[in-house]
Ligand binder design. Structure first.
Ligand code: NAI
Ligand code: MG
Length: 373
């Protein structure tokens, strides 16, 4: 029997290409695993009215963790139009499978390393080494949304919050509301993960990214919990920065930042920004970690432009596989894989189009694999 059981979800578009690349490299490392393929993505939505069928969820429950490619996601109305004719107007509603998986498996911590590999021509600077910790299940992405807003909800808002009164005469179908809900537990958890990581990896500071001067309740809760938790880590400085200023500082002085910590939406924004500082989506890996399950994925989407072309950069997927190896305590293999990625980037002989080269996805995987054997 194989040592590890891995749920294998390539999903849509280039997801297939980049997971094939990951498989080449994992095999070269001698990673001892059984890979269990599962259905997820756009085709499943169109054919079955559910992009994440129950059978896939059941399968995931029987595995150690999941390696995920990418999915295509579209706004609700557009999704409804692409349903198979016999499924239309039957009440099927599209939900993003990746957001659902994060909530279903309570994958509360999203970790996204953004490290400049030496010799990558796409680096903004060569001395950037940022790790983003993003709360993954709450905040503006918790899915509590209304349009039109139920009348009793508007009435309660106005009753409890005078600032809501100026909206009371707006027709309900002309108001959309998304709830930004933070729990103390989730705030404490994401900050603790960020500090624990900083402690383990000798990192000097943790920056909490919020906007508590405006988002006083949610932002205030996260920042206040961060201040309390920081007291338990005397060697590590807590920096507090507003999201808007953070976007500016990350472009101006990215090298001074080490560990960033944020709620769901601001974490989403700063992790894409940080990824671009070190080469863009082709290099951005991520781990979605919960108490008893984890899912690893490149942060890019399905890049429809490049479907079936074997052309995109697999580094993001390879680095996601590296995070998976760390989670499975295969630290030595993880290190070999990261070194191999670093070597291929530094040598610069085999590069995909985004790095100015003409190598294919598979060429890059083969070259990384060569240094993994
Ligand atoms: P995308 O990430 O798929 O691609 C945007 C552009 O980034 C591509 O056209 C390409 O130029 C570049 N790019 C992405 N991955 C690359 C790689 N590995 N190597 C080189 N270049 C790469 O984002 P887009 O176009 O906004 O979304 C396409 C679809 O993917 C949408 O349906 C969207 O909803 C979905 N999506 C899914 C995500 C997920 O599976 N977690 C995340 C983001 C978007
Ligand atoms: Mg994003």
């Amino acid at each position: 029997m194989a040592k590890h059981r891995i749920a294998w979800l390539p999903g849509d578009g280039i997801g297939m290409d980049v997971l094939n690349a990951a498989k080449i490299v994992l095999d070269a490392l001698g990673f001892d695993a059984e890979y269990v393929p599962g259905d997820v993505g756009w085709e499943l939505w169109c054919k079955e009215g559910n992009p994440l069928p129950d059978r896939t969820i059941e399968m995931l429950r029987k595995t150690d963790c999941c390696l995920f490619g990418a999915i295509t996601s579209k706004p609700r109305d557009e999704a409804a139009r692409e349903l198979a004719p016999e499924l239309r107007d039957k009440g099927f509603v599209y939900f993003s499978p990746i957001v659902r998986l994060r909530q279903l498996f309570n994958l509360h911590t999203n970790m996204r390393p953004c490290k400049a590999f030496k010799g990558n021509p796409l680096n903004l600077r060569d001395d950037i080494d940022i790790v983003v910790f993003r709360e993954n299940t709450e905040g503006l992405y918790s899915g509590i949304e209304f349009h039109p807003v139920p009348a009793d909800i508007m009435r309660l808002f106005a009753e409890h919050e005078p600032k809501a009164r100026r909206f009371i005469d707006v027709p309900l179908q002309d108001i959309a509301v998304t709830v930004r809900l933070f729990t103390r537990n989730a705030c404490r958890s994401i900050v603790t993960q960020a500090f624990e990581y900083a402690k383990k990896h000798n990192r000097p500071n943790v920056t909490v990214v919020e906007k508590p001067n405006v988002l006083r309740e949610t932002g205030g809760l996260l920042v206040n919990e961060a201040r309390k938790i920081a007291r338990d880590y005397p060697g590590i400085e807590l920096w507090e920065t507003n999201i808007d200023a953070m976007c500016m500082w990350l472009v101006k002085n990215p090298q001074i930042y080490s560990v960033l910590c944020a709620g769901n939406m601001f974490g989403d924004i700063i992790s894409d920004l940080s990824a671009q500082l070190v080469g863009g989506l082709g290099f951005a890996s991520s781990a979605n970690i919960g108490d008893d399950y984890a899912l690893f994925e490149p942060t890019h989407g399905s890049a429809p432009k490049y479907v079936g072309m074997n052309k995109v950069n697999p580094m993001a997927a390879l680095l996601s596989a590296k995070l998976m190896l760390e989670y499975l305590k295969e630290d030595e293999m993880a290190q070999v894989l990261e070194n191999a990625v670093g070597r291929v980037i530094a040598e610069g002989k085999v590069r995909t189009y985004d790095m100015g080269g003409s190598a294919s996805t598979t060429d890059v995987a083969d070259e990384v694999a060569r240094f993994c054997r």
